[in-house]
Design a protein around this ligand. Structure first.
Ligand SMILES: NC(=O)c1ccc[n+]([C@@H]2O[C@H](COP(=O)([O-])OP(=O)(O)OC[C@H]3O[C@@H](n4cnc5c(N)ncnc54)[C@H](OP(=O)(O)O)[C@@H]3O)[C@@H](O)[C@H]2O)c1
Length: 316
């Protein structure tokens, strides 16, 4: 599997295993996560994506340790939760301890929103701790030597512009939802121009069991799957990686899908371009990730901020 070079000089494998188990796990040593990560490492994954908020950093870390693969061959991302924007060092130390793997490869600000640590209430846009203040405290973490790169997640061009005006360190990565129904083309170009690598989350449109996501069952995706004799998921992931500045972290606990999702290939130019335009068809420009917030296109809100605050009001 090939890698992209981050602006810190560290390499990030283009495909990683997503470790969000569909809900926050009941225990830190969640057995499903442990088995999934162990299997993923055996199958060949060398990039894992977890978060404090997933509740399973301990299980991810144990699977890494038990794999007997040298630590430096595995790239581990975890994320600062919204409740820890006001206590970045503490949040970081908790993740570091739960993982128990010596250091973190990439530490992301999970969301630009800060929540009050005690009440969990979202702090309104622009009020302290702002994401700029949080970022400044994340920059200090690099001095600990326990994190190789820092980055952001769910950041739009609007909020990156605010951040970059005051940042000493340019984020190494920005992790956002992306697939052909939400290509984030402008954001991708913007980040590329700043040297920020993109990571796609929910790259398969977050299918649930027998409920395939609309992007997995899109007629064009199905046609391409037939043409190349590849599963639809592999077509979606191949398209994402072929964009050049993208990595992706599909989640699957199923061994055969783990292998399918790694087996990316090159699409012919016209197929790549057709897939890059499919979102222009009526009703196909969509967030497919379920944030447990109802239909955000209707409520116009996500975790307490308006889509305008988020810079999510201009999808492309
Ligand atoms: N930064 C953020 O705010 C954020 C938000 C959401 C997600 N994430 C990260 O992104 C990762 C992936 O996103 P996600 O879990 O939301 O969605 P996803 O990867 O698009 O979809 C996961 C679902 O797809 C199924 N699946 C996997 N491969 C498949 C294939 N080849 N064909 C058909 N179905 C397949 C899995 O089922 P089985 O497991 O049953 O095989 C699982 O139910 C997360 O695990 C997490 O690490 C980050």
């Amino acid at each position: 599997m090939h890698s992209l070079k981050l602006n810190t000089g560290h390499e990030i494998p283009v495909l990683g295993m997503g470790c969000w188990m569909g809900k926050k796990t009941d225990t830190q040593d969640n057995p499903e996560t442990y088995e999934m990560v162990k299997k993923a490492l055996k199958v060949g994954y060398r990039h894992l994506d977890t978060a404090y908020g997933y509740g399973n950093e301990q299980a991810v870390g144990k699977a890494v340790r038990d794999s007997e693969i040298p630590r430096e061959e595995i790239f581990v991302t975890t994320k600062l939760t919204n409740e820890h924007h006001g206590c970045v060092e503490k949040g970081f130390q908790e993740s570091l301890k739960a993982l128990g793997i010596g250091y973190i490869d990439l530490y992301l600000m999970h969301w630009p929103q800060a929540n009050d640590e005690k009440t969990g209430e979202t702090i309104p846009y622009g009020q302290s701790p702002t994401f700029v203040e949080t970022w400044k405290n994340m920059e200090k973490l690099l001095d600990t030597g326990k994190v190789k790169s820092i980055g952001v997640s769910n950041f739009s061009i609007k909020n990156l512009e605010v951040l970059l005006k005051e940042a000493k360190i340019v984020p190494a990565a920005n992790q956002v939802e992306a697939h052909p129904y939400l290509p984030e083309a402008s954001l991708s170009e913007f980040c590329k121009s700043k040297g920020i690598v993109m990571t796609a989350y929910s790259p398969l449109g977050q299918p649930h069991g027998a409920n395939m996501s609309p992007v997995l069952t899109d007629p064009l995706v199905k046609r391409l799957a037939e043409k190349y004799s590849k599963p639809a998921g592999t077509v979606l992931l191949s398209w994402l990686i072929q964009r050049g500045n993208w990595t992706a972290v599909p989640k699957t606990a199923t061994e055969s899908r783990m292998k399918d999702n790694l087996a990316i290939f090159e699409l012919d130019k016209e197929d790549f371009e057709a897939l890059s335009k499919v979102h222009q068809e009526e009703g196909k420009l969509l967030h497919l990730c379920d944030y447990g917030q109802g239909d955000i296109a209707k409520t116009r809100k996500i975790f307490g901020w308006s889509l305008e605050d988020m810079g999510w009001d201009h999808l492309d």
